[in-house]
Design a protein around this ligand. Structure first.
Ligand SMILES: Nc1ncnc2c1ncn2[C@@H]1O[C@H](COP(=O)(O)OP(=O)(O)OP(=O)(O)O)[C@@H](O)[C@H]1O
Ligand SMILES: [Mg+2]
Length: 321
């Protein structure tokens, strides 16, 4: 694959801790580990596209330099399915002699929270057995899904969702590197759509750039067709004025017309609450409604019913006044 074809998210992956955007507390700590040449096993917890894999790789680059391939191994828990695969790979890897100056090797286990509890217990034993030569970095969306005995043997780093300025810095980095022409409004749209996830931002930006010409706001929303800030805001406005019928029509268009998932709709509703023209108390009640619907949807309840119930709940808040 030529660099031309490389996804920008990979092309612009930080190759050193000094290039990581944000995550200041984590980066400082990791840099001190690099300096010392020693470090504990770690859990990197946080949402998608905020630098968990990037920080592990950047740290490994800073630690091992050219010898990275003999000292750093990346595994994906969901590919490897059984713990046997992990055990086998870990054993093989631990046995090999690292060429790197730093004697400790790193195994980066992505999506560690996808492992069953049994697999995690087996992993814990493996971690202990090879602890002299190998440290683990486990990446997970939720640290709470990692069993306690592993958590207590690791330093847990909680990665933060990236803020507006940080997203902007990343967009500017790519825009400069690729010589892009991009409207100020398109940058803001990217920030809205990206919502703290830099991978989503680079993918959206790369798709827009492939269409050629100056990148516009409309283009960004079109590509990230899941984001429909105007329709979402309008649906909520109907609901808060007690107009359930029209709110429901907007919901239909979002779910059926644009194919949005309930989770996406709910997280975008959440972003729009602050801008609604209702008092603070009503906003609080709306957030409670969103939270309950979100919980039920994640638990597997019927999406359509939950979203309608949420809109009905909001309409009732309006009528209750
Ligand atoms: N903090 C950051 N600084 C600079 N670039 C970043 C940062 N976070 C993410 N990126 C960019 O986004 C891409 C994806 O990030 P990364 O793979 O680190 O996400 P992740 O947190 O591991 O997410 P996932 O949970 O989906 O694995 C990177 O290749 C890089 O281009
Ligand atoms: Mg990752």
């Amino acid at each position: 694959m030529s660099t031309l074809d490389l996804p920008w998210s990979e092309k612009y992956r930080p190759s050193s801790l000094s290039e990581v955007i944000g995550q200041k507390a984590v980066v400082e700590k990791l840099a001190s580990f690099v300096k010392r040449g020693n470090f504990p096993s770690m859990i990197f917890a946080g949402t998608a596209g905020i630098g968990k894999t990037s920080c592990a790789l950047a740290m490994a680059h800073d630690l091992y330099g050219e010898d990275i391939s003999s000292a750093f191994r990346e595994l994906n828990a969901s590919d490897t399915r059984g713990i046997d695969v992990i055990r086998g790979t870990v054993k093989e890897f631990a046995k090999t002699i690292s060429l790197a100056k730093v004697p400790i090797k790193i195994i980066f286990l992505d999506e560690a929270d996808a492992l069953t509890a049994d697999a995690q217990h087996a992993l814990r034993r493996t971690m202990e057995k090879y602890s002299e030569v190998t440290r683990f970095i486990l990446s997970a969306n939720y640290a709470s899904k990692i069993i306690e005995p592993i958590q207590s043997r690791c330093v847990v780093f909680r990665f933060k969702q990236l803020g507006e300025l940080e997203m902007k810095e990343y967009i500017e980095r790519i825009a400069k590197g690729e010589n892009l022409q991009i409207d100020e409004k398109a940058v803001n749209a990217l920030i809205y759509v990206g919502d703290g996830d830099l991978r989503k931002i680079s993918n959206t930006l790369q798709s827009a750039a492939m269409q050629g010409g100056r990148i516009s706001e409309a283009q960004i929303y079109e590509i990230a067709s899941r984001a429909r800030p105007k329709e979402i805001a309008s649906m909520l406005r109907y609901a808060v004025t007690g107009d359930f019928e029209n709110a429901r029509k907007e919901l239909d268009s979002l779910m059926l017309g644009h194919g949005m998932s309930a989770e996406d709709i709910l997280s975008q509703c959440y972003k729009e609450v602050q801008g609604l023209n209702v008092d603070e108390r009503a906003k609080l009640k709306i957030v409670v409604e969103l939270g309950e619907a979100n919980f039920r949807v994640v638990e597997g309840a019927n999406e359509r019913i939950q979203l309608e119930a949420m809109l009905a709940g909001i309409a009732l808040i309006a009528k209750g006044k």
